[in-house]
Design a protein around this ligand. Structure first.
Ligand SMILES: O=C(O)C(=O)Cc1ccccc1
Length: 307
């Protein structure tokens, strides 16, 4: 049975997401304490793939995931899923809200209930853990007074009881997760796909504008842009771009070759079906048919068939 890594321990949001990402095939889910370790396990050939969180509608990107995706051997995303996130505040039996002095969770969880914590636990010290389930585990062990975690976490840390349920400063917050693996055959284009790349550009006037123009000129809709320091030199950034379309689409292939020419480094991070299944809108001049017809025209010109 294929083994798939996820950010553990059991009971994380990533575990739930990874179940959804691997729906339809039998896989054994293996917990790793951090996203970089889960991705290292793919690179080392210990697991086939990993489910990882990439971004949240409230708190933005998960930097550890972005950095680990571009450090080391190439990896590509093959599926994505969106998971609504709400948190329970869990404590050992007998601990009341007024007694909570320390509350632990993943940084994204603490950020998503910042207002609730300010209003209800203004004096509690916030402690960061590697995941929400790690916070629950440590709370059960007596390390913290309370943990913010997924409601399902109590299936694993059974002595914990909720002090508050369904917390979220922003209703309908969602987190986006990817199933990542080593490069291989790509998912088939569906007409509602997303492509992810990471590009390092030179420190020159207009280099980012020109990079983005390569997409807009071909009618490609950019759905996310995020920058992270390359860590090599102050002021040098790597841009993580997500856009509508599949690398098999002519307009996307054309744009990627342009990025490859322009950028100091381009890493392809996958083409995969969008979770919302919303088809890409393609203007007529960027359609497959238009690309085919113009390539044919050029071929004819070069062969001396047309003036
Ligand atoms: O810690 C977890 O449970 C995770 O899977 C990471 C995370 C944390 C907060 C919101 C969504 C995902």
């Amino acid at each position: 049975m294929p083994e798939i890594a996820y950010l553990g321990p059991p009971g994380t949001f990533t575990e739930q997401a990874t179940r959804a990402l691997t729906e339809g095939f039998d896989a054994a889910l293996i917990p790793y304490d951090t996203v970089p370790r889960a991705l290292a396990a793919i690179r080392a050939g210990e697991v086939l793939a990993a489910g990882v969180p990439v971004e949240n509608s409230v708190e933005g990107s998960v930097p550890a995931t972005l950095d680990a995706l571009v450090t080391g051997e190439p990896l590509v995303a093959v599926r994505e899923v969106l998971l609504p996130v709400r948190f329970d505040l869990l404590a050992r039996p007998g601990v009341e809200l007024a007694q909570v002095r320390t509350v632990a969770s993943h940084p994204h969880a603490l950020a998503q209930v910042r207002d609730w914590l300010a209003a209800n636990l203004p004096d509690a010290a916030q402690r960061v853990t590697s995941s929400t389930a790690a916070a629950a585990e440590a709370t059960e062990a007596g390390e913290f007074d309370a943990a913010l975690a997924a409601p399902v976490v109590t299936e694993h840390y059974r002595s914990l009881v909720p002090l508050a349920r369904g917390l979220a400063d922003v209703r309908d917050a969602v987190t986006r997760f990817l199933l990542v693996r080593r490069p291989g055959p790509l998912p088939e284009p569906t007409g509602a796909d997303r492509t992810s790349v990471a590009a390092v550009i030179g420190d020159e006037v207009g280099s980012l504008t020109e990079l983005l123009s390569e997409l807009s000129l071909r009618g490609i809709n950019l759905s996310r842009i995020e920058s992270r320091p390359t860590k090599d030199r102050l002021g040098e950034y790597r841009f993580f771009l997500d856009f509508d379309g599949h690398v098999a689409d002519a307009r996307i292939g054309d744009a990627l070759t342009a990025l490859r020419r322009r950028c100091n480094e381009v890493r392809f991070l996958g083409s995969y079906p969008k979770a919302d299944r919303a088809p890409a809108t393609v203007r007529p001049s960027a359609s497959e048919q238009a690309f085919r017809a113009s390539a044919k025209w050029l071929e004819d010109v070069r062969a001396g068939r047309l003036a």
